[in-house]
Ligand binder design. Structure first.
Ligand code: SF4
Ligand code: SF4
Length: 368
């Protein structure tokens, strides 16, 4: 029994949540480690992107990741920014403009797990932040951090959807949080504004149509996908930008996520392997490699309609990578001049790679 004026001792769950906030997480909630049965049924009927494991059992069964897991601590940090971007720059998704969140989360989750170990020596834990085949957003939804919007993002009524997620699976029995009621109502702004027509129905995103996915997809993309990429150098935030829940939210909460990168064509094409500027190396967009960034830049230039970039493209015709030469040829076919025709005809005589030769033929036909 408590004496007058005496406060109750915080529970283990409260202590963990307080510490998570102190470390810098904006949201923390707890859900059980029970399998995600409903999500499993939905996923069986859907196309999954190449970045998602096809092992649906693994995706939806937390205990396959940590045997004996009882609960999951779901964590979120906001990366919302007050910075506005100009139409002159190629678009880089906001999450990728600052420091790679994987590292930021890893450091903070390590601190939290050290603290939990101090409280409970018997605690077993496993942490992920977009690093394991597990349904991160679904965990956050069930832990009461927000609801899944029609744009497929987790939305929190206070922080909006510019949220990065991580989770710690544990054998500890913590107090569970309640789910939040979905708040999209009749709104369909994200669906109407999606430039890729990827939100084919509420809550269903077709990855093959999504620009964010296309900017990360490897290989020679068909022309229709190149056009769809538009001037997006990395990712796409349109379905978040138009969401009313992203108005009047707290911004600039974490220095680590301050946007540093700008989509500068000349700069990206000038990068040498292993010699990218540090802030680019430290961004989450570097994980697919420099070649894909250069590929996207060539596509962006082609879609810019600006023939001031022709000299940049002509320089890329000497790129040792046949994939990049192929894209430079295509971009010249989109923007090129009489002089570009001459250059492409000469290149055709010496080019050995069949993919590049095919692009040259097609570009020459366009420029005829
Ligand atoms: S990221 Fe862009 S392309 Fe993908 S669903 Fe959102 S608005 Fe559509
Ligand atoms: S734009 Fe509207 S429908 Fe789309 S996620 Fe936001 S609230 Fe939901």
């Amino acid at each position: 029994m408590l004496l007058k004026g005496e406060l109750p001792m915080p529970s283990l769950t409260e202590k963990i949540k307080d510490k998570a906030k102190e470390i810098g997480f904006d949201l923390v909630g707890i859900t059980s480690a029970e399998p995600f049965r409903k999500a499993l049924e939905i996923l069986k009927k859907r196309e999954l992107s190449e970045f998602t494991t096809k092992d649906l059992k693994m995706l939806t069964s937390p205990r396959l990741h940590l045997p004996g897991a009882r609960t999951i601590i779901s964590l979120a940090m906001s990366y919302a920014s007050s910075e506005r971007f100009t139409d002159e720059e190629a678009y880089i998704a906001l999450y990728a403009r600052g420091r790679d969140y994987h590292h930021v989360f890893r450091e903070k989750m390590e601190l939290l797990m050290d603290y939990i170990k101090e409280l409970r020596i018997d605690a077993r834990m496993k942490a992920y932040t977009d690093t394991g085949p597990i349904l991160e957003r679904e965990i956050a939804r069930r832990a009461g951090l927000g609801w899944i919007g029609k744009n497929n993002n987790l939305i929190n009524p206070r922080f909006g959807s510019y949220l990065l997620l991580g989770e710690i699976l544990t054998n500890l029995d913590l107090e569970l949080d309640q789910e939040i009621e979905p708040g999209c109502g009749k709104c369909e702004r994200c669906i109407q504004s999606c430039p890729g027509n990827a939100l084919i129905e509420p809550y269903y995103l077709d990855p093959e149509q999504c620009i964010s996915y296309l900017t990360q997809k490897r290989g020679i993309l068909p022309e229709q996908e190149r056009k769809k990429i538009g001037r997006n150098l990395w990712g796409c935030d349109t379905c978040q930008r138009v969401c009313p829940y992203n108005r009047d939210i707290p911004v600039d909460l974490h220095l680590e996520f301050t946007p540093l990168l700008k989509g500068d064509f000349k700069k990206v094409l000038g990068f040498m392997k292993h010699k990218m500027e540090l802030k680019w190396q430290e961004s989450a967009l570097s994980w697919r490699g420099l070649r894909i960034l250069k590929r996207n830049t060539l596509i962006n230039i082609a879609n810019s309609g600006n023939n001031e970039y022709i000299p940049l493209l002509e320089k890329e015709l000497n790129n040792p990578s046949p994939v990049l030469r192929a894209y430079a040829v295509w971009a010249l076919g989109e923007l090129g001049s009489e002089n570009s025709r001459k250059i492409l005809r000469e290149l055709y005589r010496s080019e050995k790679d069949q993919r590049v030769r095919k692009e040259i033929k097609e570009a020459l036909e366009k420029l005829a």
